[in-house]
Design a protein around this ligand. Structure first.
Ligand SMILES: *Cc1c(COP(=O)(O)O)cnc(C)c1O
Length: 392
């Protein structure tokens, strides 16, 4: 066989399986080994084979990075210890006095990192509804360095116009970052839409099996990847080789899993929308979604996340969440198993109550990560739990 290293012209599934992957040069092992080594011998001081210390680089991590770059069709990727480490690596390149313009409904940990860590170091943040391009334009300042976009947002699934915001940013010489965790590179390509950086929590769909925590930063910008690598190495944001191996095992089936996540989510969203006990469903694949047209244009599928409001307030929400059997009541998302949760009490408890209220994260609000089980079983489970919630 011929050892192929360039997978840039191949389809998504081929890249998911092969990009960054080469048989082990020593043994021919088809899977990149877990190089569980902190250091590497040198023939003479400074004469080494590309690796000197595993905080800086590690062969298993490099294989994953090549794969992540392949998924986003980008030149560079860095794998990090978590999604939050990825955000830290980007914001760690800023200085006191710099301003960051962020969406008003971002992952709670991202908000906390900005509001409670980087704000204390003198970085300034403002938060706007990024579904409104005029609001984004108006909020840019001369000292704005970064525009942080999350789309679809968590948990209200708002869709921001990546190309529109990226154009505004380029005109203002602001770096645009897209958190692509919810959509995944299979369904959305921020770099192709003009964004400068992509950040991921690989803990979610990329890992896909709820068994590893990780993050990534992906870009075509050489200066930015050097900054990210510098912060990663300086702050020690590196992932371990075993975690990289697990994440790599997940990315190989991303395309197959996402097709089923989307199919199941579309069916569940339709089911919920037609149910008397449900007052409102938010899913980018439903024409009732406020940015349905944009989602159709910008994404290759509406994803596996659904939010909805149940009738009967908190008591009904509690009864419903206590009654599910196939869905697991848990935080996180993107795994093969279906998860369900109550954002106001669970994932978004740290969001100030007035912000929660403004965003619609109320006591009747429920978020679902639709897994890849059989559609019938998921809908049957929701049906029985909704019936239990109704008959208190
Ligand atoms: C989970 C998540 C993060 C943070 O990732 P961790 O791996 O938990 O650190 C960031 N953004 C989004 C959209 C997430 O869902």
């Amino acid at each position: 066989m011929v050892l192929r290293t360039d997978w840039t012209e191949t389809g998504f599934g081929t890249r998911a399986i092969h990009a960054g992957q080469e048989p082990d040069p020593v043994t021919g092992a088809i899977m990149t080994p877990i190089y569980q080594s902190s250091t590497y011998v040198q023939a003479s001081p400074g004469d080494f084979k590309g690796y000197e210390y595993s905080r800086t680089s590690n062969p298993t991590r490099e294989a994953l990075e090549g794969n992540l770059a392949g998924l986003e069709e980008a030149r560079y990727a860095r794998a990090l210890a978590s999604g939050c480490a990825g955000a830290t690596a980007i914001m760690g390149a800023l200085s006191a006095g710099d301003h960051v313009l962020c969406g008003d409904d971002v992952y709670g940990g991202t908000f906390r990192l900005m509001d409670k860590v980087f704000a204390n170091l003198g970085v300034e943040f403002s938060f706007v509804d990024q579904t409104n391009l005029d609001a984004v334009r108006a909020a840019l300042r001369p000292e704005t360095k970064l525009c942080w976009i999350e789309t679809p947002t968590n948990p209200t699934l708002k869709i921001a116009d990546i190309a529109g915001i990226a154009t505004l940013c380029r005109e203002a010489q602001v770096t645009s970052v897209v958190d692509n965790t919810f959509a995944t590179p299979y369904l959305q390509s921020p770099l192709a839409l003009g964004a400068d950086l992509v950040v991921h929590s690989t803990t979610k769909y990329l890992g896909g099996h709820s068994d590893v925590v990780g993050g990534a930063v992906v870009t075509n910008d050489e200066a930015w990847i050097e900054r990210v690598q510098f912060v990663l190495n300086s702050m020690g944001l590196n992932p371990g080789p075993q975690d990289c191996f697990l994440t790599l095992r997940g990315t190989k089936t991303l395309h197959v899993r996402m097709d089923r996540h989307v199919r199941n989510a579309q069916a569940v969203a339709h089911y919920l929308e037609a149910h008397d006990q449900v007052s409102k469903v938010i899913y980018p694949g439903l024409p009732s979604h406020p940015q349905y047209e944009l989602a159709q244009r910008q994404m290759r599928g509406p994803g596996g996340m659904i939010s909805f409001h149940i009738r009967g307030g908190l008591p009904a929400a509690r009864r419903f969440l206590e009654a599910v059997e196939v869905f697991s009541l848990a935080e996180s998302l993107g795994g093969v198993e279906s998860l369900i949760e109550h954002p106001a009490i669970m994932t978004h408890a740290s969001v100030p109550p007035e912000t929660r209220e403004a965003l619609g994260i109320a006591d009747d609000f429920i978020r679902i990560s639709v897994g890849i089980e059989d559609e019938r079983d998921l809908i049957d489970d929701l049906a029985q739990a909704l019936a239990t919630a109704e008959h208190a």
